[in-house]
Design a protein around this ligand. Structure first.
Ligand SMILES: NC(=O)c1ccc[n+]([C@@H]2O[C@H](COP(=O)([O-])OP(=O)(O)OC[C@H]3O[C@@H](n4cnc5c(N)ncnc54)[C@H](OP(=O)(O)O)[C@@H]3O)[C@@H](O)[C@H]2O)c1
Length: 241
């Protein structure tokens, strides 16, 4: 205790609680993770990495058989089910469907997703002869569209900047990147940070509220330009944290 603390206490003013360590994250190893659209490269890659880390993972699809086939290819205890069952059975649900199917998919699963932590990784992008460019969703971002469509869920956003090629490559042990995590509730953000941190090489970093998700989603257009010029699978590091 410092002399100013003891002076405060003797004056009857309670000492200020120490600031919470931002890297003191919860244990999420017992949570079930579902992946909507988990038969695509991004969903499959995330499912593979999380399962490899020991997480229970269920891959979702519009067709249960497709999900079961993809889960069978991945092994490591991954299961497959249709998107609705995946949502129902999971604690954390990652949304990995294309932007074109995002609104409709979430709207149809509102009931199954109630009370769940929904993690959106969808990047609304367009492509033309100049390359990739960011679309401007009416709600501001894919994540804010999810929050608007799912009033009974806890919505966060993360995993936008990952390379599905690296995620799926069994020859690669570590994915050298930070994951920007956005959300409204600190406890939910910390769960997602902890989940990202389960994957070797990855670190989850708080990057703001959902109203700032558009920039994070849009940055993928820049990363695609980087990847095309340098024939790379670029990741991101936030320095000095
Ligand atoms: N690929 C990457 O490197 C990467 C990286 C970061 C973030 N992301 C984001 O992750 C999401 C998935 O990317 P992806 O490359 O894996 O996409 P994808 O292969 O085009 O789609 C993923 C899965 O979504 C389902 N799907 C397709 N159209 C749909 C629709 N209209 N409605 C509902 N479900 C539909 C399909 O599964 P079923 O037919 O089995 O239902 C498909 O296998 C995208 O929003 C992307 O922006 C991708």
């Amino acid at each position: 205790m410092t002399s100013s603390d003891s002076a405060q206490q003797s004056a009857g003013t309670p000492a200020k609680a120490p600031a919470k360590d931002p890297w003191d994250l919860p244990d999420v190893s017992g949570l079930v993770v579902g992946v909507l659209g988990g038969t695509g490269p991004q969903g499959k890659g995330l499912a593979y990495r999380l399962a490899l880390a020991g997480q229970k993972v269920i891959i979702g699809s519009r067709a249960a058989e497709r999900a079961q086939a993809a889960a069978g290819e991945l092994g490591h205890g991954v299961e497959g089910a249709d998107n609705a069952e995946t949502a129902r059975r999971s604690d954390i649900v990652i949304v990995a469907v294309p932007w074109e199917g995002h609104g409709k998919t979430l709207e149809s699963l509102r009931e199954e997703l109630a009370g769940k932590l929904v993690v959106d990784c969808v990047n609304p992008l367009g492509f033309d002869k100049k390359g990739a460019y960011a679309l401007k969703p009416e709600e501001g971002s894919a994540a804010e569209q999810a929050a608007a469509l799912l009033p009974d869920s806890r919505v966060a956003a993360a995993f936008h900047h990952l390379s599905a090629v690296l995620l799926q490559d069994p020859e690669i042990d570590r994915i050298d990147t930070d994951v920007m995590v956005l959300g409204e509730e600190r406890a939910d953000v910390e769960i997602v940070q902890a989940l990202a941190g389960r994957i070797a090489g990855m670190r989850g970093v708080f990057a703001g509220r959902l109203r700032n998700a558009h920039q994070v989603e849009s940055l993928v257009a820049n990363l695609i330009s980087v990847n095309r010029r340098y024939k790379a699978h670029a990741g991101l590091r936030v320095t000095d944290v």
